[in-house]
Design a protein around this ligand. Structure first.
Ligand code: TXA
Ligand code: MG
Length: 343
């Protein structure tokens, strides 16, 4: 299926002008869902070069991508998501050459990149003075979060547009992350012009965020690349907590705000059975409305998690309950997202 986006290119730049004081609201426009392919890719790249955000799949979740070197384009992401302006964005690159132009790579960072890129690891690294990135991307931090994704659609879009792409998850700020194009549409319809659809994402959870230091790796967000995998690859201990140099304990990855990934309904965790008016999301063989993995496979459960939360949120039941998930491997990341969904 092709998608004709030509008339979509006769557009005004999206509505926020950050340099001045004037804010022009976005005109409402329709959001098109385009099956990923050569034509849709070309049109998406034209939108990116025109300074417009486009939703695009990665192997973790769908991202809302815009030119990371263009402040107006980046502002377009913040306004479409309704995102607090202090929250910095992940910059996606298509190869190591592009990555090294943006940030300083220590030997530890090189080692992790060699092992986990392309893939579901984001590294927080010192940003280069000559990176050319919009300061809005870092939101005032001296570091930039970089990821080289594995998904062909995101990598092709970076190559085709010739720009590093800033991309948070493609959902309204604070809402459940999208693992399918229809989740993006439900959350951002009328706020963005185009969604590249390439089916459900394979990992289903946002990338692991880590800051490599000389003698340790700080884990800022658990994800598909687990603590054990980071330790094994680096030979270094993985710690969670404040920056060892500054002792700074303030939230370093603001996406770690307590309430996040929040459905509109109350969520009860570690539930073994559904109480009255609850939609029960199960794990392993058990009676439930929807099962994350009948075989109790944590990777399968991770891939299904956000879709299950979306379905539960749209159900007739007034509350959501979720079965206990083992806190090991990627189960740590699943429980991290569930705790925030319940907060
Ligand atoms: O899988 C993913 O990571 C997806 C796909 C689209 O790549 N993206 C994603 O982005 O989850 P987002 O914006 O929802 O989460 C990015 C997280 C936030 O918690 C943000 O605070 C943190 O990365 N972050 C970004 N830059 C940072 C930096 N310089 N230092 C620390 N944390 C940073
Ligand atoms: Mg997000």
């Amino acid at each position: 299926m092709s998608c004709h986006c030509r008339n979509g290119l006769l557009l005004r730049r999206s509505g926020v002008y950050i340099a001045g004081v004037v804010t022009i609201p976005n005109p409402a426009f329709s959001t098109r869902v385009c099956r990923y392919g050569a034509e849709a890719l070309r049109e998406a790249a034209l939108l990116i070069r025109a300074g417009e955000p486009v939703a695009v799949p990665t192997e973790t979740v769908y991202g809302l991508a815009a030119d990371a070197t263009d402040s107006q384009a980046v502002a377009g992401i913040y306004s479409a998501k309704g995102r607090p302006s202090f929250n910095p964005l992940i910059v996606h690159v298509s190869d190591m050459e592009m990555a090294r132009r943006l940030a300083d790579f220590s030997p530890q960072a090189e080692q992790l990149a060699a092992r986990f890129w392309p893939g579901a690891l984001t590294m927080v690294l010192p940003v280069r003075a000559d990176s050319g990135l919009s300061p809005l991307v870092m939101a005032g931090l001296p570091t930039v979060a970089l990821r080289l994704p594995a998904h062909p659609a995101m990598r092709a879009l970076i190559r085709e547009s010739g720009r590093p792409l800033a991309a948070p998850s493609a959902n309204r700020s604070g809402a459940i992350s999208p693992s399918r194009a229809e989740h993006v549409l439900a959350s951002l319809n009328g706020k963005i012009r185009m969604i590249l659809d390439e089916g459900p994402t394979s990992e289903g959870l946002e990338s692991t965020i880590a800051a490599p230091e000389a003698d340790r790796i700080r884990l800022l967000r658990p994800g598909p690349v687990t603590t054990a995998m980071l330790e094994e690859a680096s030979g270094l201990p993985v710690i969670t907590g404040p920056d060892s140099k500054t002792g700074n304990a303030k939230i370093e990855a603001p996406g770690q705000l307590e309430s996040h990934y929040a459905p509109s309904k109350p969520v009860r965790l570690n539930a073994l059975r559904a109480e009255k008016d609850e939609y029960l999301i199960g794990f392993g063989l058990m009676p439930c409305h929807l099962n994350l993995s009948v075989d109790a496979d944590l990777r399968e459960a991770a891939a299904n998690l956000f879709a299950a939360l979306h379905v539960a949120d749209a159900s007739i039941q007034g509350r959501i309950a979720v079965a206990p998930i083992p806190d090991e491997g990627i189960g740590t990341a699943i429980n991290d997202r569930l705790r925030r969904a319940a907060a």
